[in-house]
Design a binder for this molecule. Structure first.
Ligand SMILES: Cc1cc2nc3c(=O)[nH]c(=O)nc-3n(C[C@H](O)[C@H](O)[C@H](O)COP(=O)(O)OP(=O)(O)OC[C@H]3O[C@@H](n4cnc5c(N)ncnc54)[C@H](O)[C@@H]3O)c2cc1C
Length: 402
């Protein structure tokens, strides 16, 4: 009897989970031994992480046990960290073992891009995982608790700097600006004592967004006390301070770094040719020169041919790539060589601004405020529906849409 081919999926984020779920639904486990590897035994929704970071949502709402969504009798799950991929030997080196594969799917996500700015790794927080956002929330609360304990008041305890006013930075600033009044009340601190800066090197906040929507977002956030420093690169992050290129120093014990991402370091460590840790994949999502390796999500780079620039890495694209990747794996298992090409279908982008506020564009329609916030929740619920059907929406979804 012929041995079944082995499919190994690395990472249980949007790309990896959805690939595993699609293969399970197609009964592909009957024709292949499928293994999913992830460093935690849970899947979390990266796109929600700004909320637990600010403390407006409990982190458990953003995560779910992998074996509650994937049938681990059909798809084997291994909780371990990927250290390296030996692509010429078709092997994955894990922290606690190794795996052989016939087909590999890499969906290991990303890490914060520091642009080599000194002190970022050592002194800044990042919105990256359940562990990292739990730390941010607890740290912020600790700053408030500590302020009144001191005889001499230290303003840097109540000064919060968010580096980067892109999508993630603005979503976090939005949530935090909603939470600050609550924290002030809880810790008996006047609102005007708290400073919240959004610092951006580019000439605008939310680069790439429609100007009118950006203006709406900035006005709203300013009305909640956010101070923008646009066109202001950060030169260095120190223990307790941020140095700006214009010479200003902001003393702060809380610097949250959200200036974009690069692909998971495993990509470069494994010798793939990459740009900022992302591999420019073929149209069928395989790595150039490696027909047995698919790369999806934030580790993959695909070009928007209309503007000849890479698509920004998003969950929307990672999910769509998972569908193509699963279809191509099914075709390979059936002995076919014709592969489906990946064509992104960008339905729109919605950024939440905290509370019931958001901005976005869906098709040609601009959305503001409450209606944008409702659409954002529908997008979040749609993903849960695709992954685990109505039971998962009811368990983990955002049901208070309006
Ligand atoms: C706050 C925030 C808001 C966002 N909002 C949006 C939005 O509204 N819309 C949108 O489309 N996109 C949004 N994004 C971007 C989106 O979250 C990412 O593009 C998406 O998560 C990428 O999916 P992925 O499958 O590549 O990786 P991820 O979803 O990040 O998953 C990677 C998985 O790999 C695991 N992993 C990592 N390293 C290892 C290792 N060495 N070994 C084993 N496992 C490992 C991780 O634990 C994780 O489970 C947002 C991002 C952030 C941070």
């Amino acid at each position: 009897m012929n041995k079944k081919p082995k499919i190994v999926i690395l990472g249980a984020g949007y790309g990896g989970m959805m690939t595993a779920s699609r293969l399970q639904k197609a009964n592909a486990y009957q024709d292949a031994d499928i293994t999913l590897v992830n460093k935690h035994n849970y899947h979390y929704q990266t796109t929600w992480l700004h909320e637990p970071a600010a403390g407006t949502l409990h982190h458990d709402r953003t995560r779910m046990k992998i074996d509650k969504v994937i049938d681990t009798n059909k798809i084997q799950f291994i909780k371990d960290s990927v250290a390296e991929i030996k692509k010429d030997e078709k092997k994955v080196i894990l922290e606690k073992g190794e795996l052989d594969y016939d087909y590999l799917v890499i969906g290991l996500g990303s890490e914060p891009e520091t642009f080599g700015i000194p002190g970022v790794k050592e002194h800044a927080f990042s919105i990256r995982s359940v562990n990292s956002v739990r730390l941010i929330r607890e740290h912020i609360e600790y700053m408030f608790a500590n302020y009144n304990k001191q005889e001499e008041k230290h303003d840097d305890l109540l000064t919060f700097v968010v580096a980067g006013a892109g999508f993630t930075g603005i979503e976090f600033v939005g949530e935090l600006s909603e939470r600050i009044p609550e924290l002030c009340e809880e810790y008996d601190i006047a609102r005007e004592k708290v400073k919240l800066y959004s610092v951006e090197a580019a000439p605008t906040a939310l680069p790439g967004f429609d100007e009118e929507l950006v203006e709406y977002a900035m006005n709203l956030l300013e009305s909640r006390g956010v101070e923008f420093k646009i066109n202001t690169p950060i030169k260095e992050v120190q223990d307790g301070a941020v140095l700006l290129a214009d010479g200003e120093e902001i003393k702060s014990q809380t610097i949250v770094w959200t200036t974009g991402v690069r692909g998971n370091p495993v990509i470069e460590k494994s010798g793939f040719e990459a740009m900022r840790g992302r591999v420019k994949v073929e149209k069928d999502l395989r790595a150039p020169g490696y027909d047995d390796v698919f790369i999806i999500g934030d580790c993959a780079l695909i070009i928007n041919e209309e503007i000849n620039r890479p698509y920004p890495p998003t969950a929307q694209i990672a999910i769509q790539q998972a569908y193509t990747c699963a279809n191509n794996l099914k075709a390979l298992l059936a002995g076919k060589t014709d592969m489906e090409e990946f064509k992104p279908d960008i339905k729109g982008t919605v950024a939440s601004l905290g509370g019931k506020e958001a901005i976005g564009k869906v098709g040609d329609r601009k959305l503001y405020g409450n209606s944008a916030s409702a659409v954002k929740k529908i997008i979040d619920n749609r993903y849960l529906f695709l992954l685990g059907g109505m039971p998962l929406v009811l368990k983990k979804g955002k049901l208070n849409i309006f």
